[in-house]
Write a protein that binds this ligand. Sequence first.
Ligand code: EPZ
Length: 417
Amino acid sequence: MQKFVMQGGKKLEGDIPVQGAKNSALPILSAALLCEGESILENCPKLSDVYTACRILTSAGCQCNMQGHTVSIRADSVSHSEIPETLMQEMRSSIIFMGAMLGRLGTCTMGYPGGCELGSRPIDLHLQAFRRMGVKIHEHHGILSCTTPNGLHGAKIHLQFPSVGATENILLASVMAKGETILTNAAREPEIIDLANYLNRCGAKIRGAGCSTIYVQGVQKLKGCTYRIMPDRIVTATWLSAVAMTGGNVRLIGTDTTSLEGILDVFEEMNCRFSRSENTLCFSAGKPLHAVRYLKTMPYPSFPTDAQPVVMSALCVADGTSLIEETIFENRFRHVEGLCRMGADIQITGRAAVVHGVHRLHGAQVSATDLRGGAALLVAGLSAEGETILTEISHIDRGYDSPEVLLRNVGAGIVRI
Ligand code: EPZ
């Protein structure tokens, strides 16, 4: 198993290019299944989750080819509507292929994605929506078998919670369904807008993506196109936290500052300074870092749950006490154990974490528990005194494209072994 070995304390200085967004690339790869002809997706990050998504497309009968950061997909001969169990287990967000398979083939069979490190990860909102669109769903021994005996049709759908995945799945199923779909209380994340932009460029008729109500008019067919994936706002938050912790000063290249509002105002409260042009963010650490009295994770455009672990790392060495409330997932504090091994002073009560800032963390042997929790320990190791050994880094490779290379280029002491 690979690991990162870090010698902490080096300021980060220089330019960091920001990768394409994992949580935009995955639904757009699924959407390519709906299209005739070729789709070419640029700025696709090289991640294990992206490779898994390509394997799912191939197993469905697509031709899928990744060269560098560009993926080309031909979906003319999609025939297979079953997602292999092994691929489901590798990536729970494979549920995002259900909507596209129903949209293209009218059937889909896949294992129940089940829970993960963050909690139960139910898909009730996805299934309720599909039933309203005419999908018959049979669950047997953990396998979901979906059919559309009378075809897939548009519907009025209200989400009890603005679920990102459910919103994406409903878009994927509705773009070629008969008639209109009106989705209320939709998720407003920027990745939803990216997916809608791709689908509309392929010929779909989607209005209101990014707002709480989305209108979709079903069309007969979609044609593949060339599309550039948006920059990853959570990876951006991760590098901002690394700079904040090491006291550095970097330029993030190719980021999209409009999708960072809920994140930048937290770093501003932490006494960090930044200036932005349309796709570059100049950022320098606050000296000292200030604590944040109360930080609550909420759906977009508020502070995102995915940035909570890495921001917590920075708050561990801020002046003062911060209160963090995690409202989205029931088990998203698994990185706290590792941070405490590194000398952090954190108390957990239910979904709240009280972080008392300490002067400095010290190196330790820690292991990643999930994708963003692993990233939290990575950024902590870059600033901790002495050596940190971070194991189970396959979690990190799911969402970060060559992190050690980018970080070494701005002076970090990190090697992958
Ligand atoms: C997406 O997950 C992201 N993953 C997550 O990023 C992100 O944390 C999450 O959205 C919230 O922003 C991808 O885009 C691949 P949700 P998703 O459906 O779609 C409950 C990362 O680190 N819920 O918005 O699974 C659910 O239990 C990952 O990149 C239901 O109850 O998130 C959770 O509490 C982690 N029933 C809440 O909604 C459902 O049917 C948010 O889930 C669906 C969700």
